[in-house]
Design a protein around this ligand. Structure first.
Ligand SMILES: [Zn+2]
Ligand SMILES: [Zn+2]
Length: 283
């Protein structure tokens, strides 16, 4: 009996103890503050998803025939917005360590619209999901995310929505309109990029069966507002990094180095500082 109990204890410990890379970076996980009114966790009582729960949930996994992440621009983009989409493609490829393809832009002329205010022409988001994305992903797609420069609305009595997704179909659409305060320029480019890569990786994370994170500050934290998104650095906590690494089988150190390189090259100083703690922890 004592032997059995010892074995059970060992199994329990091995399931709940991080090792190596994950143990080292876990020291940099920043605990969440008690949620305040208006914040996601104040209004949504979520319990999070451990690494073990993720594995048991039979998550979406890449295979030889189905492993590419596709990004699909919808409508027209300025040259500056297009350069941001190319950076988004680079970042998503690094973040997930998966081939990521930026598809050619498609027209938005068939999507129902409405005029909000003087000059905000919004697109009907569910139409994009149902008519342009569901069942239209390339055969080797593991996730398909559309991006539009126009604002989105989900139904007549709603003002706007940042994006919507169908996690079962592994498709979603997000708008950069409100990330750039309606106009992208060189002054707000970095902040908009910081937000876009956060939202893109969060949404694609959901498509890959990752639930909201309640363990630490993490890209997979739920968010009610742009200011809540802004408070969350572009880093997965150690628990969520374990899920991604187990699923995609990549080299953690190589991924971390590439993320730091990306943040440095694109002046994302806050995110660079955060990941430099991880770099220091594994040296
Ligand atoms: Zn979410
Ligand atoms: Zn997390």
């Amino acid at each position: 009996m004592r032997v059995i109990l010892f074995a059970i204890t060992l199994i329990f410990l091995s399931c709940n103890t991080k090792e190596g890379y994950f143990k080292a970076i876990a020291a940099n996980d920043v605990p969440l503050n008690p949620p305040q009114k208006g914040e996601w966790l104040y209004h949504h009582k979520e319990k999070g998803q451990t690494f073990e729960e993720y594995k048991k949930a039979k998550p979406v996994r890449p295979s030889a025939s189905c492993h590419i992440i596709y990004l699909k621009p919808i409508g027209n983009f300025t040259p500056l917005q297009l350069s941001m989409l190319h950076l988004m493609q680079q970042y998503v490829a690094i973040f997930f360590q998966q081939q990521t393809v930026l598809l050619p832009a498609v027209a938005d002329s068939i999507i129902p619209t409405r005029l909000k205010g003087d000059d905000n022409m919004q697109l009907l988001a569910p139409y994009v999901l149902d008519s342009l994305l569901k069942g239209k992903a390339p055969n080797n797609s593991i996730a398909l995310m559309a991006i539009t420069a126009k604002d989105l609305y989900p139904k007549d009595d709603w003002n706007y929505v940042f994006g919507i997704a169908s996690y079962v179909d592994r498709v979603g659409v997000s708008s950069i309109y409100r990330l750039e305060s309606a106009h992208l320029d060189t002054a707000n480019f970095t902040l908009c990029l910081q937000r876009l890569i956060n939202i893109a990786t969060h949404e694609i994370g959901h498509m890959l069966s990752m639930h909201h994170c309640t363990f630490a500050r993490c890209v997979m934290n739920g968010s009610n507002t742009l200011s809540e998104t802004d408070a969350c650095p572009n880093r997965l906590c150690s628990e969520c990094q374990q899920k991604l690494c187990w699923n995609f089988k990549y080299d953690n150190k190589k991924r971390l180095a590439q993320l730091c390189e990306f943040f440095s090259a694109n002046n994302l100083q806050r995110d660079l500082r955060v990941l430099q703690f991880d770099l220091a922890a594994i040296e």
